[in-house]
Design a binder for this molecule. Sequence first.
Ligand code: ATP
Ligand code: MG
Length: 158
Amino acid sequence: GWVNFTKFFNHIIDRFEMTITEHITFSRDIPSDSIFVDIDEDKITQVLYNIISNAIKYSPEGGQITFGVKQEIEEIVISISDQGVGIPKNNLNKVFERFYRVDKARARNLGGTGLGLAIAKEMVLAHEGEIWAESREGKGTTIFFTLPCEQEQEDEWS
Ligand code: ATP
Ligand code: MG
């Protein structure tokens, strides 16, 4: 169904912000106007939950997580950036594979199954979007994904 993405995203971030116990700062770079997208709300909630959980899990004490939304012509680009351990360059695509975890020992301590990003990818692709990671080891990681949005067609009404 049609969802105002900026409101929906802020609501999800609010819920995380209220419940996290880690010392992490949240920062938002989200337009104040409405951006309507046709999505399955439950599935995109799951996508955001999986990505934000990772950002928190792999953040250092005192780290900042930045949430972004950019409107392009036919899509919106959503980004979640952390200042955590990062992902080595040659693993940037592999993290979206089922059961893949960068450092087995480290990952085991942090818990999880290695499915979060594989599920996120599946759901983003089902929405005809794309998902990818950019990272610098020791500096942090940004997960990006896109969702198609209707191009504003003011002409239609004039
Ligand atoms: P699960 O999500 O099933 O609880 P998981 O977090 O290990 O387990 P994914 O979310 O699929 O699995 O992530 C896969 C791997 O990618 C992680 O094990 C971790 O090595 C790496 N990774 C994912 N997000 C980040 C991040 N923000 N910073 C650093 N590494 C990350
Ligand atoms: Mg995860």
